[in-house]
Design a protein around this ligand. Structure first.
Ligand SMILES: [Zn+2]
Length: 267
């Protein structure tokens, strides 16, 4: 009997230790979330380019979030391609109308004008074109917390990032989502300008495999621009993604499914 009790206590002890370890790993800014997700995001207006690679996204089970600006300049073919991407499980998220630096725009024109032109008029075109997104990203990583209340009335998640634009070599950065709690994840930009680093990418995917959530960002694939990821690097990314057997999710999909424990949240 003593032996059984001892074994039982040992079993409970092991369970407690495992639980502590898991709780530690899943901890993200005072909030517990569902673990092990890759958030792959592409920004701006490179619709034809993204569409060219949609079969690869599908083959590898990747669900991307495309943060799109300049919808008013897109012809019906591009809009149709975005709709196909959305129907295949990707998210078409909003990245303002003209991709202005928000702080500069607000300084010159005021917040109400920013909301009217850059947000609401663009969002109306988005809705008319069939996009149901609740996710937003500030262009150029430019924002001020004074915009948040108005923006939160319009979107469920606001993406804030401070990528070292035009800074070479790449410096590790993070991305923050407000929705309404603050989530901060490691983020790695895949564009050539940042200096693609296979070892760094591997270590981040390993973190995802262990239960962390990591965000990756690019603008396009295989274009002759520093703000594009080379075709070879894209293939390397796909190979690594498959070898680590992690899962990817859209931003809204991730937060919808995230198990949020707000106890101890600081915001
Ligand atoms: Zn952008």
């Amino acid at each position: 009997m003593k032996k059984v009790t001892g074994l039982l206590l040992l079993f409970i002890g092991v369970l407690l230790l495992l639980n502590l370890n898991v709780a530690h790993r899943f901890h993200t800014e005072s909030t517990q979330i569902k673990p092990g997700t890759l958030l792959l995001m592409a920004d701006d207006w490179n619709v034809n380019n993204w569409y060219k690679y949609k079969d690869s996204f599908e083959k590898y089970g990747l669900k991307l979030t495309f943060y799109v600006s300049h919808i008013h300049t897109m012809d019906s073919m591009r809009l149709a391609k975005l709709r196909v991407l959305q129907s295949e499980g990707h998210e078409i998220a909003f990245h303002t109308l003209n991709h202005h630096d928000a702080q500069k725009y607000v300084q010159a024109n005021g917040l109400q004008e920013y909301l009217k032109v850059e947000v609401d008029s663009g969002l109306a075109l988005f809705r008319k074109a069939g996009f149901t997104t609740k996710a937003f990203a500030f262009p150029c990583g430019s924002y001020a917390s004074a915009y948040f209340p108005s923006m939160r009335q319009r979107f469920q998640t606001l993406r804030l990032n401070n990528f070292p634009l035009h800074q070479v070599p790449y410096v590790e950065d993070s991305v923050k989502f407000i929705q309404p709690h603050n989530f901060m994840f490691s983020c790695f930009a895949l564009d050539d300008a940042y200096g693609f680093d296979q070892a760094k990418l591997s270590s981040l995917l390993e973190e995802v495999q262990k239960g962390e959530t990591v965000a990756l960002l690019f603008h396009s694939i295989g274009e002759d621009s520093p703000w594009s990821m080379s075709e070879a690097n894209f293939r390397t990314f796909l190979m690594l993604y498959a070898s680590y057997q992690v899962r990817s999710e859209t931003v809204s999909g991730f937060f919808k499914n995230a198990v949020v424990d707000c106890s101890g949240s600081m915001d």
